[in-house]
Design a protein around this ligand. Structure first.
Ligand code: PEP
Ligand code: MG
Length: 585
């Protein structure tokens, strides 16, 4: 008889809507894939050296991590690192690995993996709690060493044969881009917040996701059945028959509602009293263009260009970037494509780019700061964007602007690149427009000054919320503080819209707030000119806009600004929107 499986409902943070039902596939730690390869006698020594170097590099990593973790973990932390060191210095493991590389003539990562798995299984079978507790340490050390042997060039996916629900402690944006999406039904992770970049990528990939489940990766086993309800932020492990029936029906309902909503795809995005709102799409991957077309976006309001950097083992060339930008501009023509310059740093760290270890990466060398610090990388991307602009429908968007100096320096570099192209006789759109993202409170406060220097402002609420409220957008422990209704954030947004309009520039929003159907009436009432959202939500947002009047939205905005707490603002907005759009809010 098979063992009884755990039945459990777990609540986390709703990160990407949709319902998925499927079997679990657990990814422990970051994802490393090990393949067995034969090597010839001449390669043996090199493989042994790779293994030895990887051990040293892992020790160095540990020393660095330990010194950082010291204040947080105290003596317990020291004990943990002692165990790690013992594992790295264990003579029997080292000798066995080297001997087997020599005898079996196989690649070092594969041999080390199989030695460690044997060791791991021995401990798993132990009755002593202490030893069983060490299994996770072995797993972690093993992954770290293997990553170094592989030269940090992960080749991730995956031994999944059928589609599965991926359960992991954490998925980084790097992990997410490297997953084979045709195999992934849903994500459920221990850590993460609603607007962490991995969650945004899941939305872009239209994969239902719940993050911040705290310990789901230890509660499930590969092969368990789970239901992931990405909208409610709930996961049911080993559901009952009744639950399965209910959620199969819910899936069918969502499907038919979507079909109904999609009837607006070709219709204008206009309020009943005639106000046009630009409704554009956010994209991350070239593959997103299929959804952009399907859901009828009027242009791309945010092209996050980091994907090209994260997906590769080395810096993309100017030519590669140019081809991708040109192809997207061509597909969207004559509608606008807003290409955001590189926003790496924070939680997006391509392997090959040398960003120093930082205590606070989200406050560190990120986005425009990185680009201004690395003009060669910046210029290569700008050249690619400008060359692709010949069709006349591209605009440039500068991320994480926090002061005027950054705007002026970025503009100077853009002008320099334009001059170079002119000198080389390469054509581009001479009147290409550029805008600034307003996602740092200091930029929101001086939005009037920034607006004088650009053609448009685009509000990035994902970061604006995190930086205004001092709430890490990826931290599940404080996700209750991260909310769209914070009065401070709403006031800042209103200030930016007014400042932009006073300077005669249009103001859009490309953060996740724009994609929250509950917020649509309020945002229209506050005067936004453009909303840019993940493609699959376009029909919902357009359906709302097409059934409201500008007049009533202004009235709603006025009322929201009279509330004295974010909770009251949320209550009011929820009441108003649910009354009107009970089907999908
Ligand atoms: C934002 O911060 O709102 C935004 C759109 O940028 P990203 O999510 O890529 O940081
Ligand atoms: Mg941002």
């Amino acid at each position: 008889m098979s063992p009884k499986r755990l039945h459990l409902r777990m609540k986390g943070v709703a990160a990407s809507p949709g319902i998925a039902i499927g079997q679990v596939y657990i990814l422990t730690g970051n994802i490393v894939k090990v393949e067995q390869r034969d090597i010839d006698a001449l390669q043996v020594q090199a493989e042994v050296e790779k293994f030895k170097t990887a051990l040293e590099l892992t020790k160095n990593d540990l020393t660095r991590i330990q010194s950082k973790a010291k204040s947080k973990m105290g003596k317990e932390g020291d004990k943990l690192f002692d165990v790690y060191r013992l594992l790295l210095e264990d003579v029997s493991i080292i000798d066995e690995t080297i001997e087997r590389i020599k005898n079996e003539k196989k690649n070092a990562d594969y041999i080390y993996y199989s030695v460690m798995i044997k060791f791991q299984e021995m401990l798993e079978a132990a009755t002593d709690e202490y030893f069983v507790g060490r299994v996770a340490d072995i797993r972690d050390v093993k992954q770290r060493v293997i990553r170094h042997i592989q030269g940090e060039k992960h080749s991730f996916m995956l031994q999944i044969d059928d589609k599965a629900v991926i359960v992991a402690r954490e998925l980084t944006p790097l992990d997410t881009v490297q997953l084979d999406r045709s195999k992934v039904l849903a994500f459920a992770t221990d850590v993460g917040g609603k607007t962490s970049h991995a969650a945004i990528m899941a939305q872009s990939l239209q994969i239902p996701s719940v993050v911040g489940l705290k310990n789901i990766s230890t509660m499930v086993q590969t092969g368990d059945t789970v239901i992931v309800n990405g909208k409610a932020g709930e996961v049911i492990i080993n559901p009952t028959d009744d639950e399965l029936t209910y959620y199969h029906q819910a899936q069918a309902k969502i499907k038919s509602l979507r079909e109904k909503l999609e009837t607006v795809v070709k219709l204008p995005c206009r309020t009943v009293d005639g106000k046009d709102i630009e409704l554009a799409a956010n994209i991350e991957f070239p593959g997103d263009m299929e959804a952009v077309k399907r859901y009828g976006a009027r242009g791309i309001g945010l092209f996050r260009t980091e994907y090209q950097y994260l997906a590769k083992a080395e810096l993309p060339t100017e030519e590669e970037q140019y081809k991708e930008y040109y192809s997207i501009a061509e597909q969207m023509h004559p509608d606008t494509v807003i290409i955001r310059t590189l926003d790496i740093g924070g939680d997006k760290k391509p392997k090959f780019i040398d960003i120093p270890e930082e205590d606070n990466p989200f406050l560190g060398l990120r986005a425009i700061r990185y680009c201004l610090d690395n003009p060669a990388v910046f210029k290569s991307q700008l050249r690619a964007i400008l060359r692709a602009s010949v069709l006349g429908n591209i605009k440039i968007l500068l991320p994480m602007i926090s002061c005027m100096d950054e705007v002026m320096r970025a503009k100077a570099i853009i002008n320099e690149v334009k001059r170079d192209l002119r000198n080389e006789g390469i054509s581009f759109d001479e009147s290409i427009g550029y805008g600034a993202m307003i996602e740092v409170p200091s930029a929101a406060i001086i939005a009037d000054l920034i607006a004088k220097e650009v053609e448009f402002l685009s509000i990035g609420t994902n970061d604006l919320i995190q930086y205004t409220l001092a709430v890490d957008r990826g931290n599940e422990h404080i996700s209750y503080l991260y909310n769209n209704y914070a009065l401070a954030v709403l006031r800042l947004i209103q200030k930016v819209i007014n400042a932009g309009h006073e300077q005669g520039v249009w103001v859009g929003m490309c953060g996740e707030m724009a994609a929250d159907p509950k917020m649509t009436m309020l945002l229209v009432g506050m005067g936004l000119d453009e909303l840019s959202v993940t493609p699959s939500i376009l029909p919902e947002i357009k359906t709302i806009i097409r059934s409201i009047s500008l007049k009533e939205t202004r009235h709603i905005a006025e009322k929201v600004f009279k509330q004295t707490s974010s909770r009251d603002a949320e209550k009011f907005i929820t009441k108003v929107t649910q009354k009107r759009f009970s089907d999908f809010i």
